[in-house]
Design a protein around this ligand. Structure first.
Ligand code: TGC
Length: 401
């Protein structure tokens, strides 16, 4: 059976036969995600962005579509390949970075942490409901004093009899005020690291636990259709089995960040493609100086440069996806992709805005919304500078952190 054509295939797909590089199953995932984005997100997103409204009712629909934890196997997850997951991220972020972020936080961060490091009981308790979109998870790593250096975290977990007691604060935690469970990373005394030694460990914190408070951060000019929170942990008392047994040290949370950063490599190219589509459409339908603006050489040069970076970015994402499927993808390679995709997507959004003229600053076009969202995407999951330094270290062998 051949896959039917994708709905409303943009002209830029026709310039470069990317579909030929995908399997039928991958095209099916892409088609499903594009249809979801076009039918369920695009009609409401400008309004939600303006009103800073997160449309919670879409979560079970994302679950029913199979997008939540789709790269995981078992426990109700789809067991899809890395390229399929990337294509879903691209199509969702072509609508809005907030919805790709939701899928990333739920699937790549919270569910991945449980799948990678959880006990069998923890997986059984949380993963099926999270895959179905009946339960929401969040991933609490970043702290108020700065997100780039998790090694400096001050949140602690201490033993008190059979219980764990967590104290501290987290910031910029997606979904925390909606979440049923928070994956909280905290510093724990660990004698295996010598006298006075400590290790970062992960805990599954049901958000109804006394002492856990999540407060949405107000005044955001980016990612307005999604929710990011401050979390306070004030003597949060947990049973012994709240500890994720399989993670000891920062390689635990970083292993999850690798998954989410990989999704961004694809997702940011979706936002870029959307900006290019808007600019392309406008360049053939708006006349200035008696001809379509796309008939001007300067406009065509901009469009051509945008196309180059979209196509190069998607091909890079595909290459990284194929490496990931072989189990060969390294953190440095992910840094190449995250740095390039977000940086180029932002530049494309800015160029598209110039083609749209004054109307480009309004919500009649998605471009300013994408540009504003991409400022968040540029900062979370490792800033440009962090990824430059990861690559600088890979090139020189010298640690500049
Ligand atoms: P260092 O302290 O030396 O290493 C710690 C341990 O971690 C290992 N490691 C990794 N493991 C797997 N994947 C990676 N990408 C890893 N990077 C480091 C490392 O091998 C070591 O293991 P071990 O066993 O020897 O202890 O740290 P480093 O020098 O390797 O890394 C420094 C640096 C700056 C690269 C790292 O700290 C970093 O990546 N910083 C950026 C952190 C970041 O991305 N923060 C933003 C998180 S975004 C977020 O939390 C919000 S989620 C979205 C939402 O909720 O909406």
């Amino acid at each position: 059976m051949t896959t039917p054509p994708l709905p409303r295939a943009p002209r830029i797909d026709a310039v470069f036969d990317f579909d030929a590089l995908l399997s039928e199953e991958e095209r099916d995932w892409q088609q499903k995600a594009r249809a979801f984005a076009q039918e369920r997100i695009l009609p409401i997103i400008e309004d939600d962005f303006e009103k800073a409204h997160f449309r919670r009712e879409l979560i079970p629909e994302l679950g029913a579509a199979g997008f939540l934890g789709m790269h995981l196997s078992g426990y109700g997850c789809a067991g899809a390949g890395a390229v399929s997951y990337g294509l879903v991220c691209l199509e969702l972020e072509a609508a809005d970075s907030g919805w790709r972020t939701f899928v990333s936080v739920q699937g790549s961060l919270a569910m991945s942490a449980i799948a990678k490091y959880g006990s069998e009981e923890q997986k059984q308790r949380w993963l099926p409901g999270m895959a179905a979109g009946e339960l929401v998870g969040c991933f609490a790593l970043t702290e108020p004093q700065g997100g780039s250096d998790p090694a400096a975290m001050t949140t602690t977990a201490r033993r008190d009899g059979d219980a764990w007691v967590l104290d501290g604060a987290k910031r910029w935690i997606g979904l925390a005020s909606l979440a049923d469970v928070a994956v909280v990373w905290a510093r724990v005394d660990d004698p295996s690291f010598g006298e006075g030694g400590q290790a970062v460990r992960g805990f599954l914190v049901p958000t109804a636990t006394p002492g856990f408070t999540a407060t949405p951060i107000a005044g955001k000019l980016s990612m307005r259709a999604s929710v990011q929170c401050d979390i306070a942990l004030d003597g949060v008392r947990l049973p012994a089995d709240a500890l994720l047994p399989g993670a000891r040290g920062l390689s635990g949370p970083f292993g999850c960040l690798n998954e989410a950063r990989y999704g961004i490599v694809w997702g940011a190219m979706g936002a870029a493609r959307s900006c290019l589509e808007a600019a392309l459409e406008r360049s053939t339908t708006r006349e200035v100086f008696g001809k379509p603006i796309g008939a001007n050489q300067l406009t065509q040069a901009k469009l051509a440069d945008m196309l180059l970076e979209v196509e190069k970015g998607i091909l890079l994402a595909l290459h990284l996806g194929r490496l990931k499927e072989r189990g060969a993808l390294t953190p440095a390679q992910i840094s190449v992709g995250k740095l390039n995709s977000v940086r180029e997507a932002l530049e494309i959004a800015h160029q598209a805005r110039t083609i749209l003229g004054g109307d480009g600053i309004t919500g009649a076009f998605p471009v300013m919304r994408h540009a504003a969202n991409l400022e968040s995407v540029r900062t979370y999951e490792g800033t440009d500078e962090i990824h430059q330094l990861v690559l600088g270290r890979a090139l020189t062998g010298l640690n500049a952190f």
